[in-house]
Design a protein around this ligand. Structure first.
Ligand code: HEC
Length: 210
C-alpha cells in the first residue's frame, strides 16, 4: 500500500450541493503510518503491539480496499492455501464437545482486550456476528444466520471438517473474511472449538432444537 486514500467531503453552497471524491494522500508512507500507530499504543496485560502487524491476508485485503484493484487470482490461491495449512485437526479426531459449554463461549466477548485480566480464557463472541438460537434475540448480522446449522446440513465427516476448518481459520475459504481466526490466532483452545462445534451440530443444542 504505497498511498493512503482519504475521503474529502466538500459542502458547496452551489446548486450542485455536496461533492465527495477520494484523493490520494501523498508524502505519507506505510512506515510513517506504522510509526504513528506504534507510538499511539502501549502494551497492556495480554495485549501486545504485535497485533498492529497485518497478516498476509489483511495486507492483501487492505490493499484491495484502498486501491479498488482485485487481488490477483494466484495471490488469492496462495493465501487460501497458507490459511488452510495453519489449521490443526483435533488430535483425537473428535470434532464435538459439550454444547452447553459452547453456548457460553458463543455468548462471551471476554478475552484479548486491554481491560481483561491477563490469562483469562477468551470467548468466541459468535453472537456478535451470527444469529444462532431463537431465544437469543441480541445478535449481529455481519455473518449469516447459523440457526438450525446441524439440522439443515447433517453431520457427515466432510461437513464437520469444513466447519472445524472455518472456525479454526476462516481465511482458509474466504481470503478477505471478517471472521476471527479462532484457532490460528490462538483465540480459542482446541477444546473450546469442539464445544462451539457441538453447539452447531448436537441435535439437543438450542441451535437445532428451538
Ligand atoms: C466479526 C464477525 C464474526 C464473528 C465474531 C464470528 N463469525 Fe462466523 N462468520 C462471519 C462471516 C462474515 C461469515 C461468512 C463467511 C466469511 O466471510 O468468512 C462467517 C461464517 C461462519 C460459518 C460458515 C457458515 C456457512 O454458511 O458455511 C460458520 C460455521 C461460522 N461463521 C461460525 C462461527 C462461530 C462458531 C463463531 C464463534 C466462535 C463465529 N462464527 C464468530 C463473521 C463472524
Amino acid at each position: 500500500m504505497k498511498k493512503l486514500y482519504y475521503l474529502v467531503m466538500i459542502a458547496s453552497m452551489s446548486l450542485a450541493g455536496v461533492n465527495s471524491f477520494a484523493e490520494p494522500l501523498t508524502g505519507v508512507s506505510d512506515e510513517d503510518v506504522m510509526t504513528v500507530l506504534k507510538n499511539s499504543f502501549s502494551p497492556v496485560g495480554d495485549v501486545t503491539l504485535d497485533r498492529l502487524e497485518q497478516s498476509p491476508e489483511q495486507k492483501a485485503c487492505s490493499q484491495m480496499a484502498a486501491t479498488g484493484q482485485p487481488i490477483p487470482k494466484e495471490v488469492t490461491e496462495r493465501l487460501l492455501k497458507q490459511a488452510m495449512a495453519s489449521v490443526k485437526p483435533p488430535a483425537d479426531k473428535q470434532f464435538l464437545g459439550d454444547w452447553k459449554v459452547g453456548e457460553k463461549i458463543a455468548q462471551s466477548g471476554v478475552g484479548l482486550q486491554f481491560s481483561d485480566k491477563p490469562g483469562v480464557a477468551s470467548g468466541g463472541n459468535c453472537y456478535a456476528c451470527h444469529q444462532m438460537t431463537k431465544s437469543e434475540i441480541a445478535f449481529g448480522n455481519i455473518g449469516p444466520s447459523l440457526l438450525n446449522y446441524g439440522k439443515s446440513r447433517g453431520n457427515a465427516a466432510q461437513m464437520l471438517e469444513y466447519t472445524w476448518n472455518k472456525i479454526y481459520n476462516s481465511h482458509a475459504y474466504t481470503a478477505c473474511s471478517n471472521m476471527p481466526r479462532f484457532g490460528s490466532a490462538g483465540i480459542l483452545t482446541e477444546q473450546q472449538i469442539k464445544d462451539v462445534m457441538a453447539l452447531l451440530f448436537d441435535p439437543a443444542s438450542p441451535v437445532n432444537n428451538e
